[in-house]
Design a protein around this ligand. Structure first.
Ligand SMILES: NC(=O)c1ccc[n+]([C@@H]2O[C@H](COP(=O)([O-])OP(=O)(O)OC[C@H]3O[C@@H](n4cnc5c(N)ncnc54)[C@H](O)[C@@H]3O)[C@@H](O)[C@H]2O)c1
Length: 421
């Protein structure tokens, strides 16, 4: 039986430097059209961690009568008062579904390895699904989820919220106008800091598998997944058919299973190179960015800030944009047929990257001589020697760390065998 929600403030998200949902930007948008439709009945699965961002967004939408949060599920119950009083509280999705009827939307913001079973359970109802990124932890599960959505006629939005940025339209326009000339390549650069506490925060952090179940919590598949997904979107690579080749070179400076410092090199089916050079072992965090390398200039998209900088012989310009909220977009899709911004099938290209990382050899450890630890105890974080310059060179030259001859880069590019389509 669900228990009514109590009355105290909720927990803070544990990973607040990830790009947040566009609640702040979307708050400024008119909600008038939607308020005419009955409030959508919504359930949230996973209320702590990133679930708190969804809770805040749902509170905003509930205040505008767009949604009614009728139920939440989490084995770790919400603090009293941290979810609206309208919401019944359940320990899991199965219990929630057994006692809650008429749901329009189920939002799943739980650990990666639970996405497939929870997503499939959600798709067996009449509700549409908002599934946090990365969609699932293997290509086989991605196919299964896609088949279930198609068979049940359900819509699935994947939580790559950077894809709601209005800067993407401006990028399309500048490419069509030839502002930066011919697009020759795209790179994604991510330099973040994650300390020991980050990897201690939950059992699945930094894991490739848990008890034989895929997790794939590496730098490119979780914390900096938006960098990869945004670069792919700008390149026009959406589905699995849009990728022609994929190589990975994975390293780790932390004492974890997964990679924390990697290069992913992709060629799209139209022949465009995309190189993602990513680390969680920088000396300080900077906002990640996607660079469009044109024959007459460059455009740099800081996707967490919706900020686009264009540099050509004519000079430099910078503009900040708004963002569409993916939950609102999914509701608009459900009621008015608006195209989904981040539909499941358009995560196909990203899922090939995840599959390449899942099946790649274990990440190579960066030798201690090339790692400096900043800070103490759980606040200490690894810094790979010269990582800032290494990322710039890898991204700019579409080269892996070993190809650049870096002293710590003892691995080699691993070619992923693309599945036959
Ligand atoms: N879009 C973004 O910017 C962004 C940012 C951070 C995290 N995420 C994604 O959000 C998801 C959750 O990440 P997190 O760091 O908050 O994870 P977490 O480990 O903190 O778990 C989130 C919540 O899910 C609950 N949970 C675990 N198993 C559950 C189950 N079977 N049923 C119901 N609830 C369950 C946990 O108790 C916890 O409250 C991941 O997919 C992550 O990649 C997205």
């Amino acid at each position: 039986m669900g228990t009514p929600a109590g009355t105290v403030a909720g927990a803070q998200p544990r990973d607040s430097s990830n790009p947040a949902p566009a609640a702040a930007q979307a708050a400024a948008q008119p909600l008038m059209e939607r308020t005419e439709a009955p409030a959508a009945r919504v359930a949230l699965v996973g209320v702590h961690g990133f679930g708190t961002h969804h809770l805040r967004n749902l509170e905003r939408l509930q205040a505008a009568s767009v949604v009614r949060l009728v139920a939440v599920a989490d084995p770790n119950p919400p603090a009293p008062g941290s979810v609206p009083a309208t919401a019944a509280v359940f320990p899991g999705l199965a219990e929630l579904l057994a006692e809650t009827s008429g749901l329009d939307l189920i939002i799943v913001a739980t650990p990666i390895q639970t996405h497939a079973p929870l997503g499939l359970a959600a798709l067996a109802t009449a509700a549409d699904l908002y599934l946090e990124k990365p969609p699932v932890a293997s290509l086989a599960d991605f196919t299964r989820l896609g088949e279930a959505a198609a068979a049940n006629g359900r819509s699935v939005q994947i939580g790559f919220q950077s894809l709601g940025s209005h800067a993407l339209k401006a990028i399309e326009k500048l490419l069509a106008d030839g502002t930066i000339g011919t697009l020759q390549g795209i790179s994604a650069t991510g330099r973040w800091v994650r300390d020991r506490a980050y990897y201690k925060r939950s059992r699945w952090a930094g894991k490739r598998t848990i008890d034989g179940v895929d997790v794939v919590d590496g730098v490119a598949t979780n914390p900096l997944a938006h960098a990869v997904a945004t670069a792919l979107r700008i390149a026009g690579a959406r589905t699995t058919a849009d990728i022609a080749s994929l190589e990975t070179e994975l390293y780790r400076a932390n004492s974890i299973e997964s990679d924390d410092t990697s290069v992913i090199r992709i060629r799209t089916s139209s022949g465009l190179p995309i190189t993602c050079a990513l680390t969680l072992c920088a000396s300080e965090s900077v906002e990640p960015y996607v660079t469009l390398q044109g024959s007459k200039g460059t455009a740099i998209f800081h996707y967490t800030e919706d900020r686009l900088t264009v540099e050509t012989a004519a000079g430099r310009s910078e503009e900040a944009f708004g963002r569409d909220d993916l939950t609102e977009n999914l509701l608009d899709h459900r009621t008015g047929g608006a195209p989904l911004i981040s539909p499941l099938l358009d995560s196909g290209a990203f899922m090939l990257v995840l599959e390449a990382i899942r099946t790649a050899p274990l990440p190579a450890p960066v030798a201690e001589a090339h790692v400096r630890w900043q800070g103490t105890e759980d606040a200490a974080h690894a810094v790979v020697a010269g990582i800032e310059e290494a990322l710039e060179r890898a991204a700019g030259q579409h080269a892996t760390f070993s190809e650049l001859g870096l002293p710590w880069a003892t691995s080699a590019p691993h070619v992923f065998n693309l599945p036959a389509s």
